[in-house]
Design a protein around this ligand. Structure first.
Ligand code: SF4
Length: 696
């Protein structure tokens, strides 16, 4: 590409939580082109296959161009009046908890802010949850238990500075490819660096692994408990740092009581891991959905954090636990209080002082006193008629939620469903009573926060088609129509950001670590020019890292170790359903493919639904490579092509999550995933269901 940085718009990739900077402009032939932004601190010019193909996904063929009510095009006033009237009517008749918003990590921070202000401050319910619940909720809950706030302690540079990087429940090579590229480059520059991959599957990330540990599904906590017990046995705790930590004795007792065999690893494998981890001071443990998407996800997170707290390996260069998020704005959504149990700026919805301060700042009429319904509970309540009206924004729960057919049935039977999206061609948009056309990536302005707390601008370079509008504006229009014109009266997205920054000053005064209030006076030109920055902006401690100084955000200022008793997945394989079903991503598709499927080159890599199955299992079932298989359990059935590979363990299969009723008639794998959730985080166990398999 001949795209020149000086002529391009600087924006941020809309896909994964690495949050790469993208230059968007035109090439010598006048075609839209993208390049990695060499000045962005997340990627320094790199892009992965998905980022590189962004320009090919900007086609307008399937775009929603005007609001629709019951399938008929209409004007904005008609559609917005109807949304405001129906929500107001339901609230009047059934109370504020009879309505809900289900939003997305694809929302920009300003969109999230307006949605949360409307639901939590003015409607007076906390029934707003985000698809981040399916992604990082266990990590959020684990952080809050251990640190007092949902704060990622480290930076991407720590992966490069570490002498040992452990990837557990993370196929970084496919799911966070540019961060993986940085790790590969660091290892090439320092060959003594070691990488361990803990994953039931031999994934692409194993290409650089010095050790691959094929853990039993759900066995992660047993590994980190074994590590904690061994840290203590070898006298490898950091006794000085432990003065800043509570709960060590209880965590150690639970670790000693747990059975290492539950990890599925041999004693020799466990010993090799402990030797490496304990013998290498600069260690970073990266974790992602393999840890979080579990009925014991929060405990697994805390089992990892325990080991870092016990050894003081946190918040120091090249050391720390590192949660990598799924979406570009999963972190921004968390910072802005996007989850049903949180308030903005790391404040706690259920803490009266926090609630009162936010209510006063917003001059809000009603604030909920308890957490709202989390994603799985929300759709259950919709199915049972307890929620009468729902607004779904930029997410496709009919494909991505567990027990996806029940979600579809709930939406089919709901009184009032509003969907905001860029397209009508999703399984969820088909069920909307009101469809609102939203501006897409490259058409809208705002900010996102990536996995290392870097806040970076998304910028518009193209006009939105038809009358599509930015989400913050649509939400504010509804807020005004519901009777709160002053509270939702912004005239620009920069004003929304400035208000959010001002609120963070209120949070900072209450002790929150999230304080960007020096930006509260930002004007439109400054907002337009805002360069990426990692918060805390004043980098007051440890070069932008947290907790290395032993100061945590808990009431007593100490880090907390938690006793963890490992629990396996709730569903157990048996005679009728003998296979453990693992789900996840492929390298070149994103979520339910509404954008990536438009790029032909992305469809060439693993272009149809497949089921990775071990050769021994395939032989027993009489399967040959490429045969179609039918996976089923009491929840439903899915058809996929057999991909015979010893990358999976016998008795386990892997099926990607991307395909929809729109793209493949019977491959919505989440129809087979039980809606079992972690009791603390509410995150579903997306990798732990069981199925039977037969040749189709
Ligand atoms: Fe986009 Fe993630 Fe790829 Fe970076 S690594 S270009 S953020 S998909």
């Amino acid at each position: 590409s001949r795209l020149a940085p000086s002529e391009a718009i600087r924006t941020t990739c809309p896909y994964c939580g690495v949050g790469c900077g993208v230059l968007l402009g035109r090439d010598g032939a006048g075609r839209i082109a993208v390049k990695g932004d060499p000045d962005h601190p997340a990627n320094f010019g790199r892009l992965c296959s998905k980022g590189t193909a962004l320009a090919e996904t900007l086609g307008l063929d399937d775009r929603l161009r005007a609001p629709r009510v019951l399938g008929h095009e209409t004007g904005w006033d008609t559609a917005l009046d109807l949304v405001a009237a129906r929500f107001s009517e339901v609230i009047r008749e059934h109370g504020p908890d009879a309505v809900a918003f289900y939003v997305s990590g694809q929302l920009l921070t300003e969109d999230y802010y307006v949605a949360n202000k409307l639901m939590k401050g003015f409607i007076g319910s906390a029934n707003i949850d985000t698809n981040s619940r399916l992604c990082m909720a266990s990590s959020v809950a684990g952080h809050r238990r251990a640190f007092g706030t949902d704060t990622v302690p480290g930076l991407y540079a720590d992966l490069e500075e570490a002498d040992l990087v452990v990837l557990t429940g993370s196929n970084l090579a496919w799911c966070h490819p540019v961060l993986y590229q940085r790790l590969v480059a660091a290892k090439a520059a320092r060959p003594a660096m070691r990488v361990v991959v803990i994953d039931p599957r031999r994934t692409a990330s194993c290409d650089i692994a010095d050790l691959h540990l094929a853990v039993a599904p759900g066995g992660d906590a047993a590994i980190f408990n074994a590590l904690l017990a061994e840290i203590d046995r070898r006298g490898a705790t950091d006794t000085a740092f432990l003065r800043h930590v509570t709960g060590f004795a209880e965590a150690l007792a639970a670790a000693r009581a747990s059975d290492p065999a539950e990890s599925g690893l041999s004693p020799a494998e466990l010993e090799a891991f402990c030797d490496l981890w304990i013998g290498t001071p600069k260690v970073v443990t990266v974790y992602s959905q393999g840890i979080n998407q579990s009925s014991s996800g929060t405990d697994k997170v805390n089992a990892i954090l325990n080991c870092h707290l016990a050894t003081g390996r946190i918040g120091r260069p090249g050391m720390g636990p590192f949660s990598v998020t799924g979406q570009p704005n999963a972190m921004g959504g968390r910072e802005v209080g996007g989850l049903a149990n949180m308030l903005a700026c790391h404040l706690d919805l259920e803490a009266p002082a926090h609630r009162t301060a936010v209510q006063a700042f917003w001059d809000a009429p009603a604030m909920p006193e308890r957490a709202g319904l989390k994603a799985v509970e929300m759709f259950r309540a919709l199915g049972e008629g307890r929620i009468k009206a729902i607004w779904i924004i930029h997410t496709n729960p009919v494909v991505s939620m567990p027990e996806a057919d029940a979600v579809r049935a709930a939406l089919e039977g709901a009184d009032f469903v509003v969907v905001s999206d860029i397209t009508e061609c999703t399984d969820t948009a088909r069920l909307a009573h009101v469809l609102l056309p939203a501006a897409a990536w490259a058409e809208k302005e705002g900010t996102v926060t990536n996995s290392e707390r870097c806040i970076s601008r998304q910028r518009a370079a193209l006009p939105a088609p038809g009358s599509a509008r930015p989400d913050w504006e649509i939400l504010a229009e509804v807020g005004r129509r519901m009777g709160w014109p002053a509270a939702f009266g912004w005239s620009s997205v920069a004003e929304v950001f400035a208000e959010y920054a001002a609120l963070s000053g209120v949070a900072g005064a209450l002790g929150s670590d999230f304080d960007i209030s020096d930006l509260a006076g930002i004007d439109a030109a400054e907002y337009d020019a805002l360069a990426p920055f990692v918060w805390p902006r004043n980098a007051r401690k440890n070069g932008g890292r947290f907790f290395g100084d032993g100061r945590f955000h808990t009431p007593d200022g100490k880090g907390r170790m938690l006793p963890v008793t490992p629990r396996g997945p709730e569903s157990r394989p048996g005679a009728a359903f003998p296979f453990r079903l693992n789900t996840g991503r492929t390298r070149d598709q994103w979520h339910t493919m509404t954008r990536t499927a438009k790029a032909p080159r992305l469809n060439q890599h693993l272009g149809e639904p497949y089921c990775e199955i071990h050769p021994e299992d395939a032989a027993r079932l009489g399967l040959g490579a490429g045969d179609l298989v039918r996976l089923h359990n009491p929840l439903g059935a899915v058809i996929a092509r057999a991909a015979i590979s010893d990358a999976v363990r016998p008795g386990e299969v892997f099926v990607p999550m991307h395909w929809t009723a729109e793209t493949a008639s019977a491959a919505r794998i989440d129809t087979l995933v039980r809606a079992v959730t972690d009791p603390i985080s509410g995150q579903p166990e997306s990798k732990g269901s069981v199925v039977a398999i037969e040749r189709f």
